[in-house]
Design a protein around this ligand. Sequence first.
Ligand SMILES: [Zn+2]
Length: 226
Amino acid sequence: MRFINNRNKEPDELSNYRKTPGVTYDDLGGRIKAIIRGSLLEEQGYICAYCMGRINSDTCTIEHYISQNKHKASPYLEEEHKKQSLLYSNMSGVCVNDSTHCDKHRGNTPLEILDPHSPACEDLITYDLGGSIIPMGHDIDKVKNDIQTLGLDCEKLKNRRKATWEEVLGRFKQEHEKKEWSKELFLEYANKYRNKQKTRKGLKFHAYCNFIVWCFEHYANNYKNL
Ligand SMILES: [Zn+2]
């Protein structure tokens, strides 16, 4: 999970739609949804708000952090769920998948602590070289529950993270012989993957970018033993 900072302003089309009394998210037309998706993709650098997998306009769906429908464990009233379903601040772009992870796996279950719109989300998660995701912090049980709710440690995502790192490391090894390896070089790469990169279709984060950053930082601290 990556913190989404520099949020775009809510699209005017959504603000205007909400002005009509009684309107619902279900009746929001495809045109406005496409505008919202475009805005979310841009601010998120084309990665899923939960798993950091690559998304684009065809493979992105709009997720509501406070779910559209009330779950029995939700602390909010039904009314609040309805209200939040039309607020841009409650929306993020997530991947379309086979229900093994992210919003499809979550359903309406409330998330307890992990929130891609809060900078703290990045301090609550770490990784290992096998691609596993590891909860951290004082509220470790809540983090564990949210990881489970979102399926973030499922085999599919673990394998994808691992395969992506192997690909990135393969490219790194082509560019730098072992004798060139240094703590500074690995930190330089960690920094590169921390930021959006220029592509033909705009600025994008690399898929699973925070995991790649973690791997480069791990190599920076251990490069003498590699
Ligand atoms: Zn995802």
